[in-house]
Design a binder for this molecule. Structure first.
Ligand SMILES: [Fe+2]
Length: 501
């Protein structure tokens, strides 16, 4: 292989952050990697202002004997040497293997899969849900198990990184003493270099690399990819808007660089529109939402508050007007058996006590008019089978979406599956202090569990099934995984029922 004379020579393996694929279509998929010989140094040990040619290949087999596509990609220092290859011309519903090469270095091999043809009637779609991987609160053991699952794709529901300072002496991984983190992580994130380094930290994890290499991912974000509970251009601590938008621009840029998103979504400035839609043949339509970038500021100063005129103002929105009309328009055009909302924050009402109760102003409970518009839009479009997938709260929930959450006898309009965190919240407990109360005051809540893990969601023409997986601990490596509960909801007759695992 000849090397361009202008190419910096690589004396160390640049494939330290693994490989990934995502946003798969019936005929294409995005392949991702980022060159980083020294991932924990600003600039990753590569020259500023340069570029490097990366060869990629995608094959029908793991040994690359039957190569389907190959090509070259020029990785630029401007993009932190990230690689976003948009492979096209593939066959639907096929598994492929891919890898990258630059100079003498060959990346690990990843496996990916295209979606079924639009006209196909697949017997099954199976996806894994993951969210909330705070590095200093636990190992990513859940992702090691997720990598072993038989899935079409992983849906990542937000909090891929956290913006907090990581004290090398503290946190779950600190306690175990297995590695001392460089001081570079011991501060809150505000600059592009700092956000980039935080992705490098997460992506250095072998369990995260395994989960990316095993399945294509469809990602969306929540708040911590920028800052806790930010709302559009409003920061949690009310930074001046200009200052916060600079920070958001840095955070969004680093996000795009590190995710298997198409090159065309590369943000310029503080905007990264990436709500988008994927089909699994005629079986399911997945609408991936962004409830952070366009939302109204949280009512009553955020937190758990009593609902009132401010939170119930119909002018408030969690999606923004444009995304909302895109979503409702998608409902009207849909003829899929299942309509699945892939998004970040809890959708169903969650009360803390009977009678008048505080609710979370950061979740859909703080935007009830938005929730009603989505539910009415689904009803008016004749959507029979609505499934909402959520993360954020670091617990598993199985909930029925009620027409009137105050009336358990009212119609059930769909089901919500909330997946617990990968590592945020340390080990968690099986039954938190408010467990009995939460189930009693929220009759539509069928299940609530607080340990770390993920969910496997299986859609068939007959039913949706949620397998809630948990691990007994995350603050030490190597935990086994178990299925804590399984719930099903029948097509045409929504409502969760617990079944034997
Ligand atoms: Fe989180």
């Amino acid at each position: 292989m000849t090397r361009d004379a202008r190419q910096p020579s690589l004396n160390e393996d640049p494939f330290t952050l693994g490989v990934a694929s995502g946003d798969a279509l019936p005929d294409g998929v995005v392949l991702w990697t980022r060159l980083a010989p020294r991932p924990f140094e600003p600039g990753s040990g590569l020259p500023p202002g340069g570029c490097l040619t990366v060869q990629w290949e995608l094959a029908h087999d793991e040994r690359f004997r039957d190569v389907a596509r190959r090509g070259e990609f020029l990785a630029h220092a401007d993009d932190d040497y990230s690689v976003h290859v948009d492979v096209t011309g593939l066959a639907p519903a096929r598994t492929y293997w891919y890898r990258f090469r630059t100079g003498p270095w060959i990346s690990p091999t990843g496996r990916t899969r295209t979606t079924p043809a639009p006209t196909a009637s697949p017997a099954r779609a199976r996806v894994g849900l993951a969210s909330c991987q705070q590095y200093d609160e636990g190992y990513y053991t859940a992702l090691a198990h997720l990598a072993e699952e038989d899935l079409d794709a992983v849906l990542f529901l937000g909090d891929y990184i956290y913006e907090n300072e990581i004290n090398a002496q503290a946190g779950a991984r600190g306690y175990t003493g297995d590695r001392q983190l460089p001081e570079v992580f011991d501060h809150w994130l505000t600059t592009l270099d700092q956000y980039r380094l935080r992705y490098a930290l997460g992506k250095s994890d072998p369990d995260l690399q395994a989960a990316h290499a095993a399945h294509p991912w469809y990602v969306t974000w929540d708040d911590h990819e920028v800052e806790n509970n930010y709302a559009a251009a409003v920061s949690q601590n009310n930074l001046p808007t200009d200052e916060f938008l600079l920070r958001r621009a840095a955070a969004y840029r680093a996000y795009w660089e590190n995710m298997p998103l198409r090159a065309g979504r590369r943000p310029s400035g503080p905007d990264l529109p990436f709500y988008r839609r994927f089909q699994h043949g005629g079986l399911a339509q997945f609408d991936i939402l962004d409830t952070r970038q366009y939302r109204s500021d949280q009512a009553y100063g955020d937190g758990w508050k009593y609902p009132g005129p401010e939170s119930e103002d119909p002018a408030r929105t969690i999606t923004g007007a444009e995304q909302e009309s895109w979503l409702l328009d998608g409902f009207r055009r849909s003829d899929a058996t299942w309509n699945v909302l892939v998004q970040q924050v809890a959708f169903c009402r969650r009360k803390a006590n009977t009678g008048r109760s505080r609710v979370s102003m950061d979740a859909w409970d703080g935007y009830p008019a938005s929730r009603q518009r989505v539910l009415h839009g689904a009803r008016d479009a004749g959507i029979a089978n609505l499934v909402v997938l959520s993360g954020d709260v670091h617990v598993h929930y199985a909930m029925d979406i009620k027409e009137d959450f105050d009336d358990p006898a009212s119609r059930t309009l769909g089901v919500e599956i909330v997946g617990t965190s990968v590592s945020s919240g340390f080990d968690g407990v099986e039954k938190p202090d408010d467990w009995e109360n939460a189930l009693a005051v929220n009759p539509h809540m069928k299940y609530y569990e607080e340990r770390r893990g993920y969910v496997v969601v299986t859609l068939t023409p007959e039913q949706v099934r949620a397998d809630f997986r948990t691990i007994p601990y995350a603050t030490r490596p190597g935990a086994p995984v178990a299925t804590d509960a399984v719930f099903v909801s029948a097509a045409g007759a929504p409502g969760f029922t617990r079944v034997p695992g």
